[in-house]
Design a protein around this ligand. Sequence first.
Ligand code: BGC
Length: 780
Amino acid sequence: MLNTNKYKKKLAVFISLLVLFSSSCSADPETRSDTVSGYISKLSLTDKMIILTGPGNYKPAGVGNLVYGIAGYINGVDNKELKLPVVKLADGPAGIRINSENYKTSSWPSATLMASTWDLDLIEEVGTAMGAEAKKLGIDIILAPGMNIQRNPLIGRNFEYYSEDPLLTGKAGAAFVRGIQSNGIGATVKHFFGNESETNRKFLNVISDPRTLREIYLRGFQIAVKESSPWSVMSSYNFVNSVYANQRSDALTDILRGEWGFEGFVMSDWYAGNVFSDQDAAARMIKAGTDLIMPGMVLPQLSSSVEKGLLTEDDINRSVDRILGRIVQSPSYKDYKPSGKLSFEDNAKLIRRAGAEGMVLLKNDKSALPISSGSKVALFGVAQIATYKGGTGSGNVLSPYMVNMADGLSSEFELDNELKQFYIDYFNKNKISRKDSFVPVLIEQADEVSVDSDADFAFLLNNAAESNSSAIITISRMAGEGGDRVASAGDYYLSERELELIKAVSSKFHSQNKKVIVVLNVDSVVDTAQWVEYADAILLSYFGGQETGNQVADIISGKVNPSGKLAQSFPLKYEDVPNSGTFPGFDINKDGKPDFILNNEGIYVGYRYYSSFGQEVSFPFGFGLSYTNFSVENPKIKTNTLSKSNDSTIVFQADVKNTGTVSGKEVLQVYVQAPEKVLEKPFIELKAFKKTKLLSPGENQVLSFSIDADELASFDPNRNSWIIEAGEYKVYISNSSDVKNIQQLSFSIKKEIVVAECSDSLALPEGVTVSDVVNITKKR
Ligand code: BGC
């Protein structure tokens, strides 16, 4: 067990001794464009500092009407020699957030749902459409995608993030960035780094060993920087190993720019860190590699640090240069005239298609689904009315409309009208509303009907079981920025009333040999183990944006054959999560909020843990059913040029055949089990994946997967190097992370390959060792 007292003593010291991290690595060697250099010479020192500090939460002069209510701006310049426009920044991961009733914007499927499509072309297509909408509104830079790791099911912003796996996170994020940026506007990957919880996020010290940071928490960002060149990176609120992430020159300068070649600018998260309480914090942020301090208002602090000699004009020029490099690419700089006219109809089609593509069929006993269109269906649960399109906070969107599940399913099935009316009335009478602090929108919810004490409901249930051919029960969960969820009934676990409902409906319908389907309209993982036996089918819909109800109808009716696969593991119970004992952190100063959190599972995040330690799960990472069946044949290694050179690869191949009776798509995932001579390794790690096209019954497709040397490598913290160890590598080409019955391929590496040598960085706080933090290791 974790020796928390040991950490508490050591870390209490470190929390009080938060010092500026110094690194021996050299600064980035970017080349500057002539235009930008010319501009810098026309700016006074004050002009430059104004560029580095946004205008705060108000609309700066010179911004057109179209963009009132967005998250922030980069100040423009208007001096005798130079005019630069104000640049506009808007959230977020599932649609453009504009806090104005005058501007509705499309609400897209959540990042988790998009990752569950495992379709990078589709994610790029969505990014392209979202970017096009932003451009029409005059936005220059979108504050998305969110790329933190879903290490715990309760993370409040999981819905804004892609996956528990860094490869899937990185590839999905890169595809989204490419799509957004294809419009000539910018994307921002966030929150860099270690922001894997919301509780006390501005003051939380994340303690994590360098290998874990490199392999798990930084890896997705690294892939996105390499594969999509985002215009900007948003640093995170939290400390990492006792230094604010936005003041870490090792991460922001040595790794991000020096090792990965990032060429954009870094902005802080909004009101991050100690900029107002510590006069020189803003200067330290700039020195470390944060370029833009958002939403601003720190000009006095910055000026005073310059006067004190803590920040030089060269430091300031470096950041101005990086920001100007993007300003000159922006639509505002190019005098683009936004039309403000949005194509909701086109977007609606794409939103509907994209969301349905990610929904995951978790269970489907005796082909309970699909249900033929036009069938008589009894729809239960308040979530049919209060269907959530997305989470709250800066990821929320004011959309033009929302199709709830009752309406979506009505267009496909003959819904039991009395029951529907009952739920409408019940909801209106019992709903409670709360205002989201970020978006002027009401979040409405109601407790589930009390099956035992509501006589009207009992009567309707009896009738419904007589007169309908099946039952669908809807369950929802809301989550959002600023807080994490809890592992109790009504949140991670279903509430008593929800459980009662499932049991009562299942007993009535099963007694008539009729099927019961549960739809989960949830942000992230919820418990399924307590009630799975009562449902014939379970559809995990997540948050599908404004078309959620239609997407659910498309899957339930079989118009769309489900092909989503889990991007996160569903544990048997919350206590099985390897960091359940340490999340959301430890409160050492007894103010009721956690002060530090340990990444105590080290590299064993999600399926890396469950597969390595033989821990059974409800549904494994990568899992998802279809209405058809597939066979995977002829798995083989096609070519192998793995050598010392960095562009070497190993290519695998397998045939996928639709052996069932309806058309469908399958996702193949390549998991590698690496030898453990130098480093301990997870049982398996995802190294590549691909989705088939829509395969007709009997149709075959050959999929090939290429894994680069740097994707195969693990990080050796003793040598600060990415290495491919010598030895035998086992490979599984599978349709989930459960590889028990999968044919094994193997290849050998004769001599260790050092893929990259890196800076010595991200050290644990002085005196803290890896074994103080990580309490999970394999016996070797
Ligand atoms: C969030 C960011 C967001 C920013 C601007 C912050 O509270 O953490 O993700 O982009 O606000 O709205």
